[in-house]
Design a protein around this ligand. Sequence first.
Ligand code: KIV
Length: 258
Amino acid sequence: MAVTIQQLTQWKQKRAIISLTAWDYSLAQVLDQAGVDIILVGDSLAMVGLGYASTLPVTLDEMIHHAKAVCRGVEQALVVCDLPFMSYQTSVTQAMVAAGRVLKETGVAAIKLEGGHPRILETVAELTTIGIPVMGHIGLTPQSFRILGYKQQGKTPQQANLLIDQAIALEQAGAFAIILEHIPSNLAATITSKISIPTIGIGAGNQCDGQVLVTADLLGLSGKQPPFAKSYANLRQVITDAVQDFAEEVQNQKFPQS
Ligand code: KIV
């Protein structure tokens, strides 16, 4: 049975929601078969997959291209695609056109967008009204790194209250889940207790309803990773060893065998 948005809501505070990022067919297939609940075609693609210095340059066409590949590999997980920088901030109409393209052309179940200020809330409300499910994302929002940097958000009482208000407002606007990125764990716990939709944390402590990581960080493939990420493997080393073994066998005419 494929994961549904309704199931995610029911899982809140019953069982942890597992989410990881993917941007190609093979990896998406492995994550899906490993039982990941939500596969996010995140705009971290820009940095991890395409080598840009930030998430800003990735385009809507590139996100659609990768989301299509991911969807071809997934049978069970709920696939969510980020709307990239400047594909939704200009107007509600722009957001509708971008989100509509993503849903029509890729097969993903939902889109994600960053922020919780009034214009974004209006956009979330309009998108959900026309049948496009939206995942929110507050705290450290990398598309705003020119203003926020990459530091932890919500550290002062004012900032914390703003994030609590934004989370409540996102739920009221119709978001089905919210990513909480790089905020204090007690703040994430407060937000999680104040809303009835699931929170998915990244660098937000262990009291969220689920956790997400950038898969390249989890696998030890990223050149550099944020302080809150954890690597469960060292694929850089595994790949280097495999490539060197291959090179050595070719040099010594051990491969191919005849
Ligand atoms: O783009 C991304 O991968 C994300 C996750 C870090 C949540 O938004």
